[in-house]
Design a protein around this ligand. Structure first.
Ligand SMILES: [Zn+2]
Length: 274
C-alpha cells in the first residue's frame, strides 16, 4: 500500500495527538514517516498503554520534534493489570527529566459509548490521572465519548494547574463552551472534514483561535478526501487547509497559531523551524 500518495506536510506543522506505535502496527514505516515530517515543529505521540513508552521512544529515534505522553487509555482500564499500569505512569512521570520527553498525562478520560470497563472503574482511573497531572503540573489529554457531564464534574473536582485538551472533540458547540469555560483547549481531528459533521464544525467556529488545536489521532480518522485510509501525520495538510478555510485564514497562519497554542499548553518544546 502506498502511504505517501496525497501526503501533504505544511512547513512547521504540528500534530497534537498521534499514536506512533498504532501507526506502526498498521504497517506504516514510521522511520520513513518521520523523515517526511522533518520540517514539522511538533508531534505529540500519545500513550494508550504506558508499558509501550520505551518502544514509542525507539520509534521516535531521538528526533527533537517528537515528544510523548504517558497514561492508560480508557479502553484498557478493564485490564487486570490496571494498578501496575498506573504505577508505571507514575514512575515515568517521576523520571521524565532523565531523557524521555514526557510532556503530558494521558490519554485518559471516560467512554460511555463503548463502555470498555464499568463506570466506577473508568472514573477511578480518570481521577488518578487528573491527580497525577495536578501533582506534576502537567497538562492532561482527555478522551471523551458521550461522557461530557461526568468529565466536567471530575474536572471541577480537580484544580488543574496546567490545563489540558479535549482531544478528538466530537460534541457540539454547547459542550465545547463548557470545556472552554473550564480552561481546556479543544482539539479537532480529521472528522472535522466529514460531510455529516455539521455540529462539529459549529463547535469549531466558537472556539477562540488561541484555544484551538489540531491532531490526526492517527491511525484513525484520515481527513477528507482520504477518509478510510490508514491515517498518519503526513496527511495533516488536508486538515490544516480545511481548518484554515473554515477560519478564513491562510494555512501558514493556522500553522503559526496551532504552534503557539501547543507551546502554551505543552511547553517550549519541539523544533522551531524558520
Ligand atoms: Zn488518541
Amino acid at each position: 500500500m502506498d502511504h505517501w500518495e496525497n501526503a501533504w506536510v505544511p512547513f512547521g506543522v504540528i500534530d497534537t495527538h498521534t499514536h506512533l506505535e498504532a501507526v506502526a502496527g498498521k504497517g506504516v514505516p514510521v522511520n520513513e514517516l518521520l523523515e517526511r515530517l522533518a520540517s514539522a515543529e511538533l508531534i505529540v505521540d500519545v500513550s494508550i498503554d504506558p508499558r509501550t513508552l520505551p518502544e514509542r521512544t525507539r520509534l521516535a529515534g531521538g528526533r527533537p520534534f517528537v515528544v510523548h505522553t504517558t497514561g492508560v487509555h480508557p479502553s484498557i482500564t478493564g485490564n487486570p493489570d490496571l494498578d501496575q499500569m498506573v504505577e508505571t505512569v507514575e514512575r515515568q512521570l517521576a523520571s521524565r527529566n532523565d531523557g524521555t520527553p514526557v510532556v503530558a498525562v494521558g490519554e485518559t478520560g471516560l467512554d460511555w459509548y463503548r463502555m470498555y470497563a464499568p463506570r466506577d472503574v473508568q472514573i477511578a482511573a480518570f481521577e488518578r490521572h487528573l491527580e497525577l497531572a495536578r501533582r506534576e503540573s502537567l497538562p492532561v489529554v482527555i478522551h471523551n465519548r458521550e461522557a461530557d457531564d461526568d468529565i466536567v464534574a471530575a474536572l471541577r473536582r480537580t484544580d488543574l494547574p496546567a490545563s489540558g485538551v479535549m482531544h478528538c472533540f466530537s460534541a457540539d458547540a454547547a459542550q465545547a463552551r463548557r470545556f472552554l469555560d473550564l480552561g481546556m483547549y479543544i482539539s479537532f481531528a480529521g472528522n472535522l472534514t466529514y460531510r455529516s459533521a455539521e455540529d462539529l464544525r459549529a463547535a469549531f467556529d466558537i472556539v477562540p483561535r488561541d484555544r484551538l488545536l489540531l491532531e490526526t489521532d492517527a491511525p484513525y480518522l484520515a481527513p477528507a478526501p482520504l477518509r478510510g485510509r490508514i491515517n498518519h501525520p503526513a496527511y495533516l495538510g488536508h486538515l490544516y487547509t480545511f481548518a484554515a478555510d473554515r477560519a478564513r485564514c491562510s494555512v501558514d497562519e493556522m500553522v503559526e497559531q496551532i504552534g503557539s497554542n501547543a507551546r502554551a499548553l505543552f511547553g517550549e518544546i519541539g523544533n522551531r523551524p524558520g
